[in-house]
Design a protein around this ligand. Sequence first.
Ligand SMILES: [Ca+2]
Length: 366
Amino acid sequence: MKKMYYIATKRTINVSNPPTSLPDGWQAGPFRKGGLFNSPPLEKGEWGDLVASQEGIALLMVLWVLTLLMVIVLSFSFMTRTETYSTLSFKEGLEEKFLAEAGIERGIMELFYRNVYKNQTLVMEGTEAWRTDGTIYSAQIGDGYYTIAITDESGKVDINTVSDVVLKNLLINWGIQEEDVDIIADSIMDWKDPDDLHRLHGAESDYYMSLPNPYKAKDANFDSLEELLLVKGLTSEILYGNNEKRGIINFLTINSGTNRININAAPKEVLIAIPGMTPEFADMIIDYRKTKDIVNLQEIGIIGENYNLMAPYISTAGSNTFTIEAAGYTGREKGGYAIRATVTITGNSSYKYVYYKSPISINQQQ
Ligand SMILES: [Ca+2]
């Protein structure tokens, strides 16, 4: 209960008729005869001139209300500022998303365009067909820009038809220890083969069923590359990459349908996974195809033993299925929004998506 004292003299209490009880909330205090501090204290049963002084309390209350109001005002201003920033950041993020979507549409348009112009003998400026070997193109829209890389699926390693040796080379070149490469490669083969007998380093249902979250080996072809994350030994870092290198998802496909690799479209990482292929040969191929598609390897001087090693694994034919990676940027710090889409061109102006992922982490791009 609040403690209140009667010390002032402004309100007179009738001494001849003193109140028999104190007002509610009041308690007896240091009464003074005449209300003065230096006057002698009241005797028991005596009443002086008493008045409640609430002026100090009013001041305190005003100060408290002011403090509260200041806190509220400050927190409102802080909230508004935070919201303004998050709205701005949301707006820029949205802009980047639409830039990336525009990039995907542009990529599809360029693929149609390419079908019309890829065999032209005389290339006019502005009519160059885009390369489908992962070459990065970019375009400006307003204050932002997007980058696009298109890769023909025939230039990647088909996880459903891959030869053991190409798969292992790809994993070793990525920087995985040899014993882990054996585990991953054997386990990928075991994952899709119909039987339940595991290879030397492989894994079948008995292994996966012993995991904390058990599941069975698929014993059928891969339907998506993300399925690889279920395979023993294959981590998301290997699949999606890290800050230093692109993940193997960029070099794999489920859409090529052949164990041969189209050297006109293959990224360098895929080229050097081909038996007999040296980094020097890969550079020669990449350099040569900048101007025109390779028809056969002899024309760029790859012959002899190396050629014989490569021959069973290579082709020069493209496919109708392409992966487009597009990223939108508005110049934000740590910005960028990326999308990966795989489309099959089904006619002169028709296509269908076979894969669409938005967003993908930006370090997968370039
Ligand atoms: Ca199996």
